[in-house]
Design a protein. Structure first.
Length: 278
C-alpha cells in the first residue's frame, strides 16, 4: 500500500463520509450537489489532516514507538516528520478552501466552526499540552465529526436545522467516538507507558469497553428516532458489543474496522429510511 494512503488511515474515513450522506438524505428532496460535494471535501480533508497531524506529533514526541495498531509513518521511518507535517498542512488547506467556498454559498458563520475544527485538530496531539493526552479527544470527535459535520452539511442544503438532523448528528458523533474509543482501548498499555492519558487510560480497560458499548447503544437509539429502518443496525451492533468484550491487543484492529463499517451501514440505513419516509 502507498505510504500516504497508509498514513491517511482509510478505516477512519467513514467518520467523514457518514455525516454528509445522512445530512443530505434527511434534507431530501432539497438537494444542492455543489454544497454536498464541498461538505464532503471538507470532512475528508480534515479527517486525513488530523490523521497526518497525529502521526507527526506523536512521532516527534516518541509516543508511537511501542504501538499495537496500524503503522505510523514517522515512528516507523517510512516518511520524515517534515514530510508528514507538510501532508497535514496540505490537507488542512484543501479543507479550509472547500469550507470557505461552502460558507460563501451559505453562511459565513460556518467559517468560525471550520477554524475551530482546524485548530482543535492540530491541538489534539500537537503543541505542548495536547488535549488528546488528557482524555478529551472524544469531546472533539463528538462535536466536529458528529454535530458540526452533520448539521453543517444539513444547513448547507436547507438553510435550517431540524430535530431529525440533530438526532442523526448525535448518532454520527457517538459512532465516531466509538472509533476513537476502540482505538485507544487497543493502545491502552502503550499509551500508559509513555504518559498519554487518553480517556481509555483514565477509565481503565473494563470501563473503557463499557463506554464503547454505551456509545454503540446511543447510536442505535438516536438513529431509531430518525427512521425505523435504522433498527436494522442492531444486528451489526450486537456483533460489535460481543467482540469488544473479549478481543485484546491487535485483535481490536478488526473491531476498529468493523466499527467503521457499522458507521457506514447505519448511515446508509438512516439515509434510505429518511428518503423513503420509513
Amino acid at each position: 500500500m502507498n505510504i500516504w494512503i497508509l498514513g491517511a488511515r482509510p478505516r477512519t474515513l467513514p467518520a467523514a463520509i457518514a455525516p454528509v450522506l445522512v445530512a443530505v438524505a434527511i434534507a431530501y428532496p432539497t438537494f444542492n450537489l455543489i454544497n454536498a460535494l464541498l461538505a464532503l471535501i471538507v470532512g475528508l480533508s480534515l479527517q486525513i489532516a488530523v490523521n497526518y497531524a497525529n502521526d507527526y506529533s506523536d512521532g516527534i514526541k516518541g509516543t508511537d514507538v511501542d504501538r499495537v495498531g496500524p503503522t505510523r509513518l514517522v515512528a516507523s521511518g517510512l516518511a520524515s516528520a517534515e514530510a508528514v507535517r507538510q501532508a497535514a498542512f496540505i490537507a488542512f488547506v484543501i479543507g479550509a478552501s472547500a469550507g470557505y467556498f461552502l460558507a460563501s454559498r451559505t453562511s459565513y458563520w460556518l467559517l468560525a466552526f471550520g477554524a475551530a475544527a482546524i485548530i482543535s485538530a492540530w491541538r489534539y496531539t500537537g503543541g505542548k499540552n495536547p488535549y488528546g493526552y488528557r482524555g478529551l479527544g472524544e469531546i472533539y470527535v463528538f462535536i466536529f465529526f458528529g454535530l458540526v459535520a452533520t448539521l453543517g452539511t444539513f444547513y448547507g442544503q436547507t438553510g435550517s436545522i431540524t430535530i431529525e438532523a440533530v438526532m442523526a448528528a448525535i448518532s454520527n458523533g457517538a459512532v465516531s467516538c466509538a472509533l476513537l474509543a476502540v482505538n485507544n482501548i487497543r493502545d491502552i498499555n502503550g499509551d500508559t507507558k509513555v504518559g498519554k492519558r487518553t480517556l481509555a487510560v483514565r477509565l481503565g480497560d473494563t470501563r473503557a469497553r463499557r463506554f464503547y458499548m454505551f456509545l454503540i447503544f446511543i447510536s442505535i437509539f438516536t438513529s431509531f428516532t430518525v427512521t425505523i429502518l435504522a433498527s436494522l443496525g442492531i444486528f451489526p451492533a450486537i456483533k460489535l458489543l460481543n467482540e469488544i468484550k473479549y478481543k485484546k491487543g491487535k485483535e481490536l484492529i478488526s473491531v476498529l474496522g468493523a466499527t467503521s463499517k457499522y458507521q457506514l451501514i447505519l448511515g446508509s440505513l438512516i439515509a434510505i429510511g429518511s428518503m423513503v419516509n420509513i
